[in-house]
Design a protein around this ligand. Sequence first.
Ligand code: 5GP
Ligand code: ZN
Length: 142
Amino acid sequence: MSDDCIFCSIVAGEIPSRTVYETDDVLAFLDANPLAPGHTLVIPKAHHEHVQDMPNDLAADVFAVMQRLVDPIESAVDADGSTVAFNNGEVAGQEVPHTHGHVVPRFEDDGGRPIHSIFGERPELDDDELDDIAAAIAEDTD
Ligand code: 5GP
Ligand code: ZN
């Protein structure tokens, strides 16, 4: 547990939440300021700031819970689909520094847009640059 972390306080029961599902290691609860009815957050109970900070097994557990909840969430609010995403890092819009996945129900004509719409103009990258980026990523995956 991290002091002054709102999501650690929720895990500890010090702040109430509308829990919808939990395992020994993962907690899912309704977002207090939802982007849509049914907007749910899925967190590891242990404090990790970023997606990549979680041990691999825990990351798998968090995603498994998100995947497990999509149908019940969509059914509960009669949604047509959902956006499933993490804001990872402050620069990406992560406000609570305890990693959390969002499941946001989507509806026909809800006025929302795809994840692509949060970005500005696409960078122009030539084949060499793409090759270099792919190689750099691949080399660092041990
Ligand atoms: P972020 O921008 O960090 O990806 O998303 C943080 C989310 O946590 C926001 O959607 C916000 O509404 C939600 N949130 C912040 N504080 C609380 C809280 O105390 N309880 C609950 N249930 N959600 C919270
Ligand atoms: Zn925390």
